[in-house]
Write a protein that binds this ligand. Structure first.
Ligand SMILES: *Cc1c(COP(=O)(O)O)cnc(C)c1O
Length: 463
């Protein structure tokens, strides 16, 4: 019986020449149509093999044409697209890190649509520098003497070390020899920059004396790296930024800090949460520091370098800068985001990442209850609002836990993992957190304008 059905499956070429095949090939390309048809046929063959398929579709029917068209359109969806982050993890590298402020998006659009004064000095009409668009802003906000921006923080670290430490020794605590993620390992980065790493202290304890005794004639840099995604707690200690800066300066060395997240001072709840701000580092005597544009700053992917004018000047002359340079869209978004840190703006209200971090539990709870009311209208879904925890995000604020209210969602007969998978298959996809067989939606990271689409996605998921 199934042998007969196998024989009734159409040959691709023949089917492509049929009326339905020709119609679809005119709308799409015959290559795409053949690809989707091939997928259909192999699914049907599998079904016939295991006995689950007992009748064949009418390959020349309008219904089959509609089914093919839906699959073809699905295949045309862009690979990279908007997603809804219901995980409650605010700075999520896999979900694109910081959502941008409206002002940053508008600035990008203005520059993208046409030409710009990217590298022209409007006064003289001569060649200008792309870096001038953010340098004075960064200096005004942080109090740094000079600034430079590159593609990302990883690039900022490599470029800075390569410029100031090549051929010399870099002293670093064993407690800070971290991997940031994506194989960005500090020991490898120091090696790549052509410097020699000198490890001091232990994983949990490093004293200023450890640094002092490691200094040689060839030492050039004391490096401190923020162990962004892990923390040593308990029996641990390390010297303060001030002590390290003092030791460096007494020995005519450069004290460099890779802050990673780089919070700017005075950020409400964030200010209380982060252990160190960019301004505090500069005030404590850090000569040069690096941080990301798309972590706590809440802007686009970028690497920011702040420090002494002569150091920044030397870095600007490094030919590697050209290979690591920031593009005009990121530059426009970064400048617009930085302007949100200038009075009379309050970045907590303007920068989405800071707004999310500062939203209190009751406010998230109100949004959770509103979501629950919508969810209860969907047959097949059950939900309840409970206490939960939101996270700052790995590589940014891993240890920061914010009390929140989440909606636990259940679909009887379907386990949480399967429901999470269905939600990832909706358009836009919804990414959720599943812990202990509980699927939670955390409104903290769900943009208010995404609520409607989220309800739509929940509806799609039960269909
Ligand atoms: C995140 C991080 C980096 C890498 O920053 P990117 O912007 O992702 O390149 C480097 N150093 C530290 C300490 C970090 O936390």
């Amino acid at each position: 019986m199934s042998k007969d059905l196998f024989k009734q499956l159409p040959a691709i070429d023949k089917w492509l020449a049929s009326e339905v095949g020709v119609t679809l090939s005119a709308e799409f390309s015959s290559k795409e149509v053949a690809e989707v048809m091939n997928n259909h046929l192999s699914c049907i063959r599998k079904g016939l093999d295991n006995g689950l398929t007992t009748i064949l579709p009418q390959f020349d029917s309008p219904q089959y044409e509609a089914l093919m068209r839906a699959d073809l359109l699905k295949q045309r969806l862009p690979s990279l697209r908007r997603a809804i982050n219901a995980t409650g993890i605010i700075i999520h590298t896999n979900l694109g890190r910081a959502p941008l402020a409206t002002e940053a998006i508008e600035a990008m659009e203005a520059v993208a649509r046409g030409y710009s004064n990217l590298e022209i000095d409007l006064g003289s009409g001569k060649r200008g520098s792309r870096y001038q668009h953010v340098e004075s802003l960064l200096c005004r906000i942080t109090g740094a003497e000079a600034a430079l921006v590159v593609n990302n923080c990883a690039a900022a670290v490599v470029l800075t070390l390569e410029t100031i430490a090549q051929g010399h020794e870099v002293v670093i605590s064993r407690g800070e020899l971290v991997e940031i993620g994506g194989s960005f390992r500090i020991p490898d980065v120091i090696a790549k920059s052509g410097a020699r790493m000198v490890e001091v202290g232990t994983t949990n304890k490093t004293s200023i004396q450890d640094y002092a005794t490691a200094l040689t004639e060839n030492t050039r840099v004391l490096l401190s790296v923020h162990p962004s995604n892990y923390r040593v707690i308990g029996f641990s200690s390390k010297p303060s930024v001030k002590e390290l800066a003092k030791l460096a300066h007494e020995n005519e060395l450069i004290f460099m800090q890779d802050l990673g997240s780089g919070a700017l001072a005075g950020l409400g709840a964030v200010g209380a949460i982060v252990d160190h701000t960019v301004q505090q580092s500069l005030a404590a005597g850090t000569d040069i520091l690096t941080f990301s544009g798309d972590k706590l700053l809440g802007g686009p992917q970028a690497g920011i370098i702040l420090g002494h004018a002569e150091l920044i000047q030397t870095i600007k002359k490094n030919p590697l800068l050209r290979a690591l340079r920031i593009d005009k869209l990121s530059l426009a978004a970064l400048a617009a985001t930085l302007r949100l840190y200038l009075p009379p703006n309050n970045p907590i209200h303007k920068v989405p990442v800071l707004r999310m971090i500062n939203e209190d539990r009751d406010s998230v709870g109100r949004r959770a209850r509103r979501l629950l009311r919508q969810l209860k209208k969907i047959p097949g879904l059950e939900g309840v609002v409970v206490d939960g925890v939101s996270y700052g995000g790995g590589g940014a604020l891993p240890m920061v836990e914010l009390p929140t209210r989440v909606v636990h969602v259940k679909m009887p007969g379907i386990n949480a993992g399967e429901l999470a998978k269905r939600l990832r298959a909706t358009d836009p996809p919804v990414i959720v957190r599943v812990t202990n067989e509980e699927l939670a939606l955390d409104p903290r990271t769900i943009l208010p304008e995404d609520m409607r689409d989220l309800v739509g996605a929940l509806r799609q998921a039960v269909e």
